[in-house]
Design a protein around this ligand. Structure first.
Ligand code: PSV
Ligand code: MN
Length: 411
């Protein structure tokens, strides 16, 4: 009886949703078709436990090894159907590339972007001297060793069948006397060239920027302008990577996205949320409206023929300090899909008319109505069920899988 009522209710919700979407110039079929090809890469490091400089609280829900991380990534894909690729970072993910390849295969996953780590000290020339940077390190031996590490990562990429190298450099200075700013920028451009030159035609490099941390005076790639200039100089296969947490507070991130798309240089995203700095919080947990505004630009760019949404690499870059990492990942994926659905439901004709008429109020109402009034939950649930995935992946995980998982006490 209860089931019949639920089915009838769902039918009614779907019928209302069809009407709402039709009134906005689209349809449930179109939105579901877009959703079915939409993919988000999940990071291996996002399944571990992160901490602050005060403590790291291990509670048994985090993965401790590359194998465990990939097992959770596999479960994430089985629950969502939209996270088939895992971004990897070396040497954080170890050096057993055979094991990684085997685990990916066993879990039905692909390798996503490969990140050479510039910041992690290790035996050899990339030791404590990395504190002076990688490509912009004043010591030539360290610079050469980092370039070699990036080239080794290209080799790993090929071995794992990935096509994207993502580069973030922790390089920068903490005081004006540490390194000439002109020297810093010269070393950056010169050092990046041999890495770019080693790419094969079907491979690409995405270059991330961040305005501070760990450098507090002058980060080498501090903003999208510097990343853009570097990519422009390197060539077509270099594009900018926008990490949502890497801007000063108040920055209009969606405008950066629009500019990069207009100039053909948007490569992808590291999705997360933030309140104060590079907080790496769950995507959409603090400011889902910003996420929607970004997706609104992405959908419009596709509409204008500038860049297809599926040509952008969406990656999650979060660090999980409190919650169960897989739960946070599922929450993030849901928020990202939701923002995409809301953006697909923007009435583009009405918005264009409002702009032409100089009616900012009407324009804002179009966007707000897409954000607040789109029945995103109904759309997402019916799209997931249709593809054979659980309607609510987070609840499915909680009640089907997690109940039997072991929990350690807080260490
Ligand atoms: C730097 O803060 C960063 O965003 C880069 O993408 C790193 O690779 C990643 O975080 C490590 O968590
Ligand atoms: Mn990042």
């Amino acid at each position: 009886m209860l089931e019949r009522i639920q089915d009838a209710l769902q039918e009614q919700q779907v019928a209302i949703t069809e009407k709402i979407l039709a009134s906005r110039g689209t349809s449930l079929k179109e939105v579901k078709a877009k959703l079915s090809t939409f993919r988000v890469e999940i990071p291996s490091w996002g399944f571990g436990r992160s901490g602050t400089r005060y403590a790291t609280y291990i509670d048994g829900t985090e993965a401790a090894s590359p194998r465990e991380k990939l097992a959770l990534a596999g479960l994430c894909q089985r629950l969502t159907g939209c996270t088939p690729a895992v971004a990897l970072i070396f040497p954080w993910d170890g050096d057993d590339y055979d094991l990684i390849r085997k685990c990916l295969k066993e879990e039905g996953l692909q390798a996503g972007a490969v990140n050479p780590s510039s910041f992690l000290p290790r035996p050899g020339p990339l030791d404590y001297r990395l504190k002076w940077g990688s490509l912009t390190n004043p010591v030539p031996e360290v610079r050469r060793a980092y370039i070699q590490h990036a080239l080794d990562c290209l080799g790993i990429m090929r071995y794992l069948d990935s096509k994207t190298l993502t580069v973030w450099l922790h390089d920068g200075t903490n005081s004006p006397g540490q390194l000439s700013l002109l020297e810093q920028t010269r070393l950056l451009d010169e050092g990046a060239q041999p890495i770019y030159d080693a790419l094969r035609p079907h491979e690409s490099i995405l270059i991330e920027y961040k305005f501070f941390e760990p450098a507090f005076y002058a980060t080498a790639i501090a903003d999208w302008g510097r990343s853009y200039a570097l990519c422009q100089r390197l060539g077509d296969r270099a594009r900018v990577l926008v990490d949502l947490g890497h801007h000063p507070l108040g920055t209009n991130v969606e405008q950066i996205v629009a500019n990069l798309q207009y100039f053909g240089k948007l490569g992808g995203f590291h999705l997360n949320d933030r309140k104060y700095a590079d907080d790496d919080l769950t995507t959409g947990s603090v400011d889902p409206f910003q996420l929607f505004r970004i997706f609104n630009v992405l959908v419009e760019a596709e509409f204008r023929g500038l860049q297809k949404v599926n040509n952008v690499v969406f990656m999650i870059d979060e660090s999980h300090y409190l919650k169960d990492p897989l739960e946070e990942m599922l929450e993030a994926v849901d928020s990202i899909q939701r923002a995409y659905v809301q953006a697909l439901a923007v009435d583009r004709t009405r918005w264009a008319d409002a702009q032409k008429e100089g009616d900012a109020e009407a324009g804002d109402q179009v966007l707000k109505s897409a954000f607040f009034d789109t029945p995103a939950t109904t759309i997402l649930q019916s799209a997931r069920l249709e593809r054979g995935y659980p309607a609510d992946p987070l609840q499915e995980y909680r009640f089907k899988y997690k109940a039997s998982a072991k929990r350690l006490s807080v260490a």
